[in-house]
Design a protein around this ligand. Sequence first.
Ligand code: NAP
Ligand code: G4F
Length: 327
Amino acid sequence: MTKVALITGITGQDGSYLAEHLLARGYEVHGIVRRVALEDPRDRLWRLDAILPRITLHAASLESYASLFHVADKVRPDECYHLAAQSFVNYSFEDAFSTINANINGTLFVLSAIQDRVPGCRFYFAATSEMFGKVDHSPQTEATPFHPRSPYGISKVAGFDLARNYRESYGLFACSGILFNHESPRRGREFVTRKITSAAARIKLGLDTSVRLGNLAAQRDWGFAGDYVEAMWLMLQQDAPGDYVVATGRTHSVEEFARRAFAKVGLDYSEHVVTDPAFFRPAEVELLCGDYSRAREQLGWSPRVDLDELIEMMVQADLQSEASRPR
Ligand code: NAP
Ligand code: G4F
């Protein structure tokens, strides 16, 4: 029988890759979007362009329990992937209230609606390496304590705890993927990797001369989003629910990412990158590096795309999109 999946946050980077992954596996795919997205599909549904005719979108909001309950009742999914969130760490410092509200209450609303209408549905929560925050050892595993450093990180720890509590209290098949940073040509331009690759492309094309960045010393474990959505799906195919670190096990600084991205277009990053205090955070996560042994051993998952291939993919896509962008 055809399996039915419901994805919150389907318009985002991960939602779009996951929807493609599930369609390729024969799923009937439904997504929750904000009503404005349906009114402005060109700007807001661009990541879904290629698959729009094959998916069903429902207007609902993380702020409204009634809207989520209604969609859960109507769709009756076999699997629910809860990806919707205010996901930008910088912004969570500017507006902690809306971040906490959407990310914590929104997760509770989705969990509650699923538990009420389709208690047999398998549930995935988009947890994050930001939950580790200020780490005192590396690499991080499922057993590493959480010390979040931003309202965003705090909201995700609460979401993680909620998912675990629904598993322990009600027997919901709830899994959390503790995903380390993952990127792609579909990454939002506010995140540092895409900010760098799009700047390198613009500068190469003579459309700009410099890019302003914050903390170049921060180190991240960057993987490819297309690989990571497969791990989400695998978690929900296991005999028992669990939580898994998903990462590459390698870490690099923002400066190293910039050096490599500019080198791809034959430029020296140090001539174009300007450090700007405006992009520093009140509290920083200095180092993240994940140990994905559990995912490898239990899910049979490993990353396929390495950092060099990822940067190449992103720079080439940005060269094309910047060259064709109307001015
Ligand atoms: P993204 O591109 O920022 O997408 C976020 C999605 O959430 C979008 O579809 C957005 O809809 C939706 N959303 C935000 N606020 C909402 C609200 N109030 N009501 C309804 N929908 C709302 O994020 P992503 O990179 O795909 O990440 C997916 C999930 O994984 C997020 O929960 C993120 O926190 C988590 N995560 C990401 C990473 C990473 O490195 N990418 C790592 C670990 C965890 P609109 O299009 O309408 O804005
Ligand atoms: O690209 P970023 O904004 O990603 P960040 O904060 O690590 O968060 C992303 O990954 C998390 C997983 O660990 C997700 F949960 C979260 O939703 C999001 O997808 O920043 C990466 C690093 C930070 O240390 C930041 O301080 O880059 C540093 N950075 C330096 N200059 C900058 C900039 N970040 C941004 N966004 N913009 C800069 O100009």
